[in-house]
Design a binder for this molecule. Structure first.
Ligand SMILES: Cc1cc2nc3c(=O)[nH]c(=O)nc-3n(C[C@H](O)[C@H](O)[C@H](O)COP(=O)(O)OP(=O)(O)OC[C@H]3O[C@@H](n4cnc5c(N)ncnc54)[C@H](O)[C@@H]3O)c2cc1C
Length: 417
């Protein structure tokens, strides 16, 4: 399938690219779309682009498959999520440089390295951005197509919610979202305590009122497996003849052509696979979906970034874009632990003190899927006004402000499920 495209592509290559390719002893393939990185974004893109059966799509992913290995259950079983966070089998396992604002501590930065990317090791909380964030992008920042009303149809299109479709939830999308399969007294006590303290109860944290205490939506499938983007988007696309997925393929740089107006155009990728350096060319587009660390990394290796910084590392500048690789922001996570006065916590499943509980929970998941506690425990959460309004850049009226959610509610009320 790929080889049949090569002749057509070569006819379209500029002289600059052909001479560039001759300099390497490599296998050269081609496809219409070459997607680098099979994570959250990459899997969705492969699915959507390959809906047109006349287009060929190749996915290059550095990690392994998220299925078919003896330990794939560590990815697929929701409650096994911590297992992949501390080694580098399915995880890039990055550490930051010393952070001046954190008294020079280095901070652990796990990132998924498998089909599904970080959705194969994330915590599965399905939390849409606050409506006011989107409104700010549209009104203040000029991204007019990104208002909440404009985005909501896409959120719904992506989702099948276990409670079915309504104004905010989707009912027919590829990504299964569930809530509240298993609970224990502490979950309800947490939410009730918040309400007693004066916070609102959030019946749907992705609905009209996000602020408050409530139970989170989770990307856990009907069968009790993780609904990562590999399961939701890539697997269905892999049955199409026009899709090729290459795992354990590490992209190392973008191949450029010199355009007649002096600009550069990305025409392919170089990558490492099985100890060989290979190249693949794109008839239509090269798509970098390598994540918040991987994409700027490969851009910089390809000469896109701060010219001086690249020169310091012996990389020839192709496009001088000083912001590339700068300003990464992430949320810190801190844990607060309390002892429980009654033996009702999930500790017995989490620790090895009484290993049979943990083992039985795992066995139950293999046998029963979603009905097992290891399928999905209820996940209560507090979304505070400070968090929501701070991120939205709004004042303390928060989402009750008429200019906020009320307006977007009206804007989307007509949308069919
Ligand atoms: C521990 C953790 C917990 C999280 N919890 C949540 C949560 O509960 N809810 C939530 O909404 N979000 C959560 N997130 C964030 C969410 O998972 C990410 O924002 C999202 O998956 C990022 O998608 P992406 O496509 O940008 O990158 P990724 O999904 O990370 O995909 C990038 C892909 O590119 C591949 N790649 C990178 N470099 C190369 C290369 N050179 N060559 C080839 N392939 C390469 C990677 O292996 C990976 O598969 C969490 C993230 C982490 C790390």
């Amino acid at each position: 399938m790929i080889a049949s495209k090569i002749l057509g592509l070569n006819a379209r290559l500029t002289q600059g690219v052909r001479s560039n390719l001759r300099a390497f002893s490599v296998v050269v393939d081609s496809a219409d779309y070459v997607v680098a990185g099979g994570g959250s974004a990459g899997c969705v893109l492969v699915n959507r682009l390959s809906e047109d059966v006349s287009s060929t799509v190749v996915l290059l992913e550095a990690g392994k498959s998220d299925r078919g290995k003896w330990d794939s259950w560590k990815i697929q079983m929701p409650s096994a999520l911590t297992y992949n966070l501390h080694d580098n089998k399915y995880n890039w396992n990055f550490w930051t440089e010393p952070q001046a604002e954190l008294q020079n501590r280095t901070v652990h930065q796990p990132r998924g390295k498998a089909l599904g990317g970080s959705s194969s090791l994330n915590a599965m909380a399905y939390v849409r951005g606050h409506a006011l964030d989107y409104e700010r992008w549209a009104t203040t920042d000029g991204a007019t197509d990104w208002s909440y009303g404009a985005c909501l149809p896409y959120f719904k299109k992506a989702q099948t919610h276990m409670y079915g479709c309504n104004e905010y939830r989707g009912g027919e999308g590829p990504l299964y979202v569930s809530r509240e399969w298993h609970s224990n007294p502490l979950n309800d006590a947490f939410v009730q305590a918040g309400v007693q303290a004066g916070y609102p109860y959030a019946a749907d944290m992705n609905g009209f009122q996000q602020e408050g205490f409530g139970n989170m939506d989770m990307t856990v499938g009907r069968n009790g497996e993780r609904a990562n983007t590999s399961n939701a988007y890539l697997r269905p696309a892999m049955s199409r003849d026009n899709v090729t997925v290459q795992t354990e393929s590490v992209v190392t740089r973008i191949l450029w052509s010199d355009e007649s107006d002096g600009s550069k155009r990305a025409v392919g990728l170089e990558y490492q696979q099985g100890g060989e350096t290979k190249q693949i060319l794109a008839n239509e587009e090269v798509i970098l979906s390598l994540g918040a660390v991987g994409s700027p990394h490969v851009l910089m290796l390809s000469g896109v970034g701060d010219k001086q910084h690249l020169a310091d590392h012996g990389i020839e500048s192709q496009i001088d874009l000083p912001e590339v690789g700068q300003n990464l922001q992430d949320h810190l996570e801190t844990y607060v632990q309390y002892s429980c006065t009654k033996p009702v916590s999930l500790l017995k499943y989490a620790s090895w003190q009484q290993p049979w509980h943990k083992i039985m929970a795992g066995v139950q998941w293999f046998l029963q899927g979603k009905r097992a506690p290891s399928g999905q425990a209820r996940t209560p959460c507090l979304l505070t006004r400070d968090w929501a309004t701070f991120r939205a850049g709004a004042h303390l009226q928060g989402k009750r402000a008429p200019s906020g959610q009320a307006r977007t509610f009206r804007a989307t009320a007509h949308l069919a499920c």
